[in-house]
Design a binder for this molecule. Structure first.
Ligand code: HEM
Length: 331
């Protein structure tokens, strides 16, 4: 699990990196992998001051979470103890390009980041997306995927680096084949991909993957998505909330013995038990979403007693990468 000192050190690392010239940055080849992935994202998407290295375009909303009775049997976390608590949620488009049209194919997978504000004043976060499973198994492979994209621009020799990467990583086209543009952030399903572990009062542990399921999934075909306005997803949600709240069912997919908890590119069988952990209701847009999202830091490993990281090393590396990206947008 991430400790705060480690995060503070990473934020410091990001700040000193931001102050370096790009030539100095290029020389930082022995940088930790979390920093290398952020640099690879910056290489593909460009550096956009004040924005995230990935999932740069987003909208911030608020609501509440009411846990189910069944959740308390799986985890002793105060999150699941019964009381309703407030949440802050950020929905986003993929890529580090802040003015990407929402209907673009590149805006998939869409993201959902949730901050549960716990009764003791601390937060627990989940950071999930619309891919049912991840295109690659490790952070190093994600870095190499971005570097292959960066090296495959117009005029690149065939087969391009990205064609070669896809050829040797069949999970990339398989994962990307599971996504489509939704007609609203409220009509998409979001998946945690990395495994976590719930611990109950008796000390029993259960490996799970998060899911957030809408009342109804509505996907657009590519032609329809391309016709929508450039910011249709960002503007639709606040408009919809003026008419009434939207709800998601927060679910845990339970691993069975032998299911791989280390590899987010390996989905567990569809017949694994799904337990409803509670209902997340979004009822309000945040007045100045752009200012709010700049200052918000969601971390997939920001957990609470009763929820633990699994043995998937990607979780800790994600924490480091998100902290570095945060420090670069708030120098
Ligand atoms: C090694 C793997 C990964 C790395 C290095 C990585 C890196 C990043 C970085 C640097 C950001 C920007 C964070 C910020 O500036 O606050 C980001 C955002 C995001 N990532 Fe990842 N990511 C990884 C895997 C994943 C996975 C597995 C998912 C979903 C299941 C995911 C979903 C998201 C979402 C939804 C955001 C936007 C968060 C927000 O709204 O603040 N990422 N990622």
């Amino acid at each position: 699990m991430t400790n705060r000192k480690h995060l503070a050190a990473l934020i410091g690392l990001g700040l000193s990196f931001a102050a370096m010239t790009s030539a100095q940055q290029a020389l930082a080849q022995d940088a930790p992998v979390e920093e290398q992935v952020v640099n690879a994202m910056n290489k593909v998407f460009g550096v956009h001051a004040g924005f995230r290295a990935n999932h740069a375009k987003g909208v911030v909303v608020e609501g509440k979470f009411k846990p189910s009775a069944e959740a308390a049997g799986l985890s002793k976390a105060s999150l699941f103890s019964g009381a309703e608590i407030p949440v802050t949620v950020r929905f986003s488009d993929s890529t580090g390009v802040p003015n990407l049209p929402d209907g673009s194919d590149d805006a998939n997978p869409h993201g959902m980041a949730v901050k549960f504000h716990l009764a003791d004043g601390s937060d627990m976060d989940i950071v999930i997306n619309s891919l049912k499973f991840f295109p690659v198994s490790t952070a190093a492979e994600l870095r190499d995927l971005f570097l292959a994209i960066a090296d495959s621009g117009p005029g690149a020799a065939k087969p391009t680096k990205i064609e070669q990467f896809i050829g040797s990583h069949p999970s990339v086209p398989a994962a990307l084949g599971t996504i489509a543009t939704p007609d609203s952030f409220a009509s998409e399903a979001y998946f945690g991909v990395n495994a976590f572990v719930l611990v109950n009062k008796a000390g029993q542990k259960q490996a799970i993957r998060w899911q957030m399921l809408p009342e109804k999934i509505v996907h657009l075909d590519k032609a329809e998505a391309a016709k929508r306005g450039p910011d249709f997803l960002m503007t639709e949600l606040p408009a919809r909330l003026k008419q009434g709240p939207v709800a998601f069912r927060f679910m845990a997919q339970l691993a069975a013995a032998g299911d791989d908890t280390k590899d987010p590119a390996k989905p567990w069988p569809d017949d694994r038990k799904l337990v409803e952990l509670g209902v997340l209701t979004i009822d309000k847009a945040v007045a100045d979403s752009d200012a709010a999202q700049k200052k918000l830091l969601f971390l997939p490993g920001q957990l609470t007693d009763g929820v633990e990281a699994s043995d998937d090393p990607m979780i800790d590396i994600r924490n480091g990468a998100y902290a570095i990206s945060f420090s670069r947008r708030n120098p």
